[in-house]
Ligand binder design. Structure first.
Ligand code: COA
Length: 356
């Protein structure tokens, strides 16, 4: 008999340092995620942020939720949750633990749920239990600025997988001859790890998507990351550690005013533009500078407008590009509640993508 226990932000506080937590065979959350969740400005006192499924005293699985708000054209705000981590231990697979967790989540969030970045296995589960429907697919472009055969080829053939160390050596050799291409135009720009009053004013004037983050929420993302550069969460399936990880804003100035800004993350030489505001056509010229400064090998952008501006401006120039997709699913009742005319215009960083 499975028993589900939910933790809100107060109950979650100190959970990863508790005696009970230390006894688990696998961690249902990392310490940094616990702290970050507890500080989410959009999480209410009632929101359950982590559901634990127990078989007697034994942890069988868990699901994490990231609460958020969506604003309708009428100005009405609807509170909802992103499914963020779902896991059932091998021993309990195929025993309906995941559906029981999801039925509990459904109750607490009044069926207002969205999910993205799921595994194919989770996608089949979501379809099977009939709770979620396909919502939308966001197209992305992944740009490569350095040779990365060791990562790209092994997916395709066993012969490459077996020769990964050799491919790494070949990559290093090739990369000594490949300069970072394209220099970018000379705009006055500033990189910052905090939001000063000028940037705050600029962000507040911009048109927002339905999720529409404010400076207070961007500060939360900057101040409470999920990825640690120091310590990996032991026995945790989801990301908790990266040797090299940074989040920062880059703002372009003209006549001492900000005219464009972007919020980026770089993780192990992989650049993501999570949000941008202002004149999109100034971003392509800025990217080569960031790519050189942070020794970026790969960049992923899910925004059609920014990708077409990069294409039009031929900046930054990539060695190789490939298309990617991000699928979204939504609770069928939530979709109905939002109405058929609702414009699901997600930004790259929405959901838990800003944190991973
Ligand atoms: C995906 C996962 C959570 C499913 O958990 P589970 O408790 O074993 O789920 P169950 O097998 O009891 O699933 C219930 C139903 O969904 C179906 N289902 C579950 N996974 C499925 C899959 N990969 N393919 C097809 N059907 C699947 C089951 O057949 C079952 O159907 P039934 O009710 O007709 O028997 C679990 O496999 C897991 O932890 N995987 C690794 C982590 C992961 O991928 N997490 C998702 C991150 S986004």
């Amino acid at each position: 008999m499975i028993n589900i226990v939910g933790l809100n932000k107060h109950q979650l506080k100190g959970f990863t340092r508790s005696e009970g937590f230390k006894k688990f065979y696998f961690a249902p959350i990392s310490e940094l995620r616990e702290i970050s969740h507890a500080n989410n400005p959009r999480a209410t006192d009632q929101d359950i942020l982590l559901y634990l499924a127990y078989d007697n005293d034994e942890l069988a699985g868990y699901v994490g939720i990231l609460p958020d708000d969506v604003t309708l054209a009428t100005g009405e705000k609807i509170h909802f949750g992103w499914l963020s981590t779902l896991f059932v231990s091998e021993k309990f697979r195929g025993m309906q633990v995941a559906p029981q967790l999801l039925f509990e989540v459904e109750k607490n969030y009044d069926k207002n749920l969205i999910v993205t970045e799921f595994t194919t296995s989770a996608q089949r589960l979501y379809r099977k239990i009939g709770m979620f429907q396909d919502l939308t697919v966001k197209k992305a472009v992944r740009y490569y600025f350095k040779s990365n055969l060791a990562e790209l080829l092994p997916f395709k053939k066993e012969i490459f997988e077996n020769n990964k160390p050799l491919l790494k050596k070949l990559d290093n050799l090739i990369n000594t001859f490949i300069p970072y291409l394209s220099s970018g135009k000379n705009h006055l720009y500033k990189i910052s790890k905090s939001i000063d009053p000028t940037l705050e004013k600029f962000i507040s004037k911009q048109k927002k998507n339905p999720i529409g983050r404010s400076s207070a929420e961007f500060r939360w993302i900057l101040d409470f990351p999920w990825i640690s550069r120091e310590k990996e969460q032991p026995a945790y399936l989801f990301s908790s550690f990266a040797k090299d990880y940074e989040m920062f804003w880059v703002s372009v100035y003209q006549n001492q005013e900000i005219v464009a800004t972007m919020f980026c993350s770089v993780r192990n030489s992989h650049l993501k533009v999570l949000y941008y505001f202002g004149n999109v056509n100034l971003i392509p010229d800025l990217l080569p500078k960031i790519i050189r400064k942070y020794k970026v090998k790969m960049m992923t952008i899910y925004d059609d407008q920014l990708n077409s501006s990069i294409n039009k401006n031929h900046s930054p120039k990539a060695l190789y590009k490939r298309p990617l997709e991000r699928k979204y699913m939504i609770h069928k009742d939530f979709k109905e509640k939002l109405g058929k005319d609702f414009d699901f215009k997600f930004t790259d960083g929405d959901g838990d993508f800003s944190f991973t």
